[in-house]
Write a protein that binds this ligand. Structure first.
Ligand code: SAH
Length: 257
């Protein structure tokens, strides 16, 4: 395989949903693309894809999709591969670099760039106020690509360190037990009054924000479009008459955990 100089690959973050959260750079990359690859649900959300070759997929083989995108770019095409949110946060960017590292050396001369997007935890945080105002830790609860024991250990240590937690991928149709096991871990290390938020489909028409406590939380409400936030000991809520409470974590930490 020889890389022609005029091909390009942009790994583009689409943000969590609405086009207001699509960056200018992402819009421009999409506008000039000849080929667009990604999950079909993401592709069907995009406006103005007329004239482009779309490669929608429903399967989870991200490495295969990354190789396909790289092969098209190496043939000289302008290619975009999309991810929801930010492509570097549990998204396509890592698969692209894995494919480059394992692939022919010519791939390393291609014009490749990552275009960042608004990741789900930032969108959810903005809706709530400032829950990520102090140190936080982000974990992916899916055990599709790593052993559950690893997740449990990281979750346990992060809970003990009193980080605010942002938990991606809490559940899917096939994965319903893990989120219950995760809450068992959290309840061992955090008080029942700890603030818990289930932020569902943020930015989509069916967005829901449920602000509750660790003691009252029902992990079964989490699905594959839910991000879970768990407050630190210092995280606070401000009730307001209209809408869910504001949630914020003061920037000043007073006590050691
Ligand atoms: N790259 C994406 C994350 C992919 S992992 C990003 O940066 O946001 C998929 C997980 O992201 C989901 O299971 C959910 O936990 C979270 N997520 C993605 N979009 C979301 C949204 N609109 N609202 C709430 N959570 C979302």
């Amino acid at each position: 395989m020889t890389a022609k100089s005029h091909g390009s690959l942009r790994v583009v973050g689409l943000g969590p949903g609405p086009s207001a959260w699509l960056t200018e750079e992402a819009s421009q990359a999409l506008a000039t693309a000849e080929h667009v690859l990604g999950y079909q649900t993401y592709l069907s959300r995009l406006p103005e894809l007329a004239g482009k070759t779309l490669h929608g997929s429903d399967n989870g083989d991200e490495l295969e999709r990354a190789r396909h995108a790289l092969a098209l770019a190496a043939e000289g095409a302008h290619v975009v591969i999309v991810s929801g949110g930010d492509p570097g946060v549990f998204g396509m960017a890592a698969a692209v670099f894995e494919a480059i590292e394992q692939g022919p050396a010519a791939l390393r001369s291609l014009d490749i760039a990552v275009v960042p997007g608004v990741t789900a935890m930032l969108a959810a945080a903005a809706r709530l106020g400032a829950p990520l105002g102090n140190d936080f830790c982000t974990l992916n609860l899916s055990d599709n690509l790593k052993p559950w024991a690893t997740i449990e250990k990281r979750l346990s240590l992060a809970a003990q360190a009193d980080f605010v937690l942002a938990l991606y991928n809490p559940a899917s149709k096939a994965r319903t037990e893990q989120v219950h096991a995760a809450f068992d871990v959290l309840r061992r290390h955090r008080t029942p009054s700890a603030i818990v938020v289930f932020a569902k489909a943020v930015g989509r028409p069916d967005e829901e924000l449920l602000v509750t406590t660790l003691g009252a939380a029902d992990p079964a409400v989490a699905d594959m479009r839910t991000l879970i936030l768990v407050g630190a000991a210092s995280t606070r809520r401000i009730e307001r008459p209209l809408g869910p409470p504001w949630v914020y974590t003061p920037r000043r930490s007073i006590e050691a955990p």
